[in-house]
Structure formats: C-alpha cells, structure tokens
Write a protein that binds this ligand. Structure first.
Ligand SMILES: [Cu+2]
Length: 130
C-alpha cells in the first residue's frame, strides 16, 4: 500500500512538470504513457490532456483558454485499433494514434470545436475555447 502511494506521487509529479511533459513529445511508447496511469487532464493553464480509453475521449468535453495546447493520448490496452482526433470542421486531423502515442493541437482562437475519431465515428468529443 505504501509503495503504491509513493508510485502514485511520482507519477503526479511527472504529469504536472512541463519539462517532463515536453520530453515525451514524439514517438511511440511500448510501455504506455504516463498520462494513462494518472487521471490528470490539466497539465498547467495552457496544456491539457485527453485520454482515449475504451473507445471514449476522457474527458469528452474540455474548456481551455485561447492559445492552449490539447494533447490526445491513446491509453488503450494493446492490441487495439488506432484512433484519431479529427475536427468535424477540418481544423485539425491527426494521423492514426496507436496505444502509447499522442497528438497535440493548439487552439489560437475562441470557439467550439467538435471532433471525432475517423475509424470510430461514434467516438465524439468537443474542445471549447473561451
Ligand atoms: Cu477510435
């Protein structure tokens, strides 16, 4: 129990450290992403994380300030089909995001931005920039 609590604390510290966050900017990870083990959607005031798990975006709706960067992380347990983050209006379209991979988009202007997953059109989310 004590060991598990300590691990959890380390993971939280990593998730809220911007340097740690940007270190993991590129490339697939076979061991899964740290964001997947900690339910943190707010890294700091300008960086937000949406986990993709069980064919849902978590959270499926998020409000961020103009200029914020939102990162989608695939937290599915492999083997699993890849997902995408694809704006309904075409403002962004990720490549396929496999387990452990991530995709980021920066939102410069206010507005409501619904999006979906191309292979799974029932997967819906929304980013509200306000
Ligand atoms: Cu999907």
């Amino acid at each position: 129990m004590k060991a598990r609590l300590a691990l959890f604390g380390v993971a939280i510290g990593c998730a809220i450290a911007v340097a740690c966050f940007s270190d993991r900017g590129a490339g697939p990870s076979s061991s899964g992403a740290a964001e997947c083990s900690v339910p943190v959607s707010v890294i700091d005031s300008m960086h937000f994380v949406i986990a993709i798990r069980d064919f849902t975006f978590r959270p499926d709706s998020i409000s961020v300030p103009p200029g914020a960067t939102v990162t989608w992380v695939n937290c599915e347990t492999p083997p699993q089909e890849p997902h995408t983050s694809t704006a309904d209006g075409g403002a962004w379209d990720s490549p396929e995001i496999n387990t452990g991979q991530r995709f980021s988009h920066t939102f410069p202007a206010q507005g409501a931005f619904p999006y979906h997953c191309t292979p799974h059109p029932f997967m819906l989310g929304k980013v509200i920039v306000e």
